[in-house]
Design a protein around this ligand. Structure first.
Ligand SMILES: Cc1cc2nc3c(=O)[nH]c(=O)nc-3n(C[C@H](O)[C@H](O)[C@H](O)COP(=O)(O)O)c2cc1C
Length: 215
């Protein structure tokens, strides 16, 4: 168990809508994380959203506010948790767009940072395919994405009146998933993983200043 407040976790729902099921799931995650003594930085996707990535904009006027904010808050956390909707069997475009912008800012903040992914959907699969698609760019960027992911099926019927998961077994699994993740993040603060290098993908010119981060 980490010391009270020792681990800082950036937590956000990747839904932009007000009555989001994923935001409800993220709220639950917040209470579990805080009960386990983590310090939670609660964010909304509105804070991180930005215009479609355009390299001309990056070169001409720099990074938009939303992605800069996401970068800043990732930089000061030990780990991040994302609750995301699934759109057409993938992640929402605005989330991928934010990741694309942030991936251009140095130091590249996903590298070596621990992440936990969760989803909620009215479907029977709970948005799980979206999480597999989200895993790809995050792992590409060097994030340590926790093996267990949590997908809440039939999410429109899954919450009780107090906002808890109505089904007890599911509530226990949700809590255990988050606690196991925190344990790993805590362990990693004492035993940093060997992998430290993140190298920009093949095809980028190798002589561009700041393109490559190495151990
Ligand atoms: C463009 C679009 C595509 C969607 N595609 C899927 C899908 O592939 N799988 C799924 O389970 N739900 C899909 N849905 C339904 C969402 O899971 C549902 O709207 C959910 O409530 C969105 O998450 P939120 O409540 O956090 O905003 C889609 C919704 C939209 C708007």
């Amino acid at each position: 168990m980490p010391k009270p407040g020792a681990l800082r976790v950036l937590l956000f729902s990747a839904s932009l809508r007000t009555d989001s099921l994923n935001t409800r799931l993220a709220r639950l995650a917040r209470s579990v994380l805080e009960t386990a003594w983590a310090t939670v930085d609660w964010a909304t996707m509105n804070e991180f959203d930005g215009p479609s990535y355009n390299q001309d904009v990056e070169t001409g006027s720099g990074f938009p506010h939303g992605p800069r904010e996401m970068h800043r808050r990732l930089e000061v956390c030990n780990a991040f948790v994302i609750a995301t909707p699934e759109y057409n069997a993938s992640m929402p475009g605005h989330l991928k767009n934010a990741i694309d912008w942030v991936s251009r800012i140095r130091p590249q903040p996903f590298n070596a940072r621990h992440g936990l992914l969760m989803s909620a959907s009215p479907s029977m699969a709970g948005g799980n395919r979206g999480l597999w698609s989200l895993r790809i760019p995050l792992e590409h960027l060097g994030a340590r994405v926790f093996p267990d992911m949590f997908s809440l099926a039939q999410a429109h019927k899954a919450f009780g009146d107090g906002g808890q998961l109505a089904e007890k077994q599911l509530a226990t699994r949700f809590e255990e998933n988050l606690r196991a993740f925190l344990d790993l993040v805590e362990a990693a603060t004492h035993y940093p993983c060997i992998k430290k290098a993140w190298v920009e993908f093949l095809g980028e010119p190798g002589d561009t200043v700041g393109r490559v981060e190495a151990a």
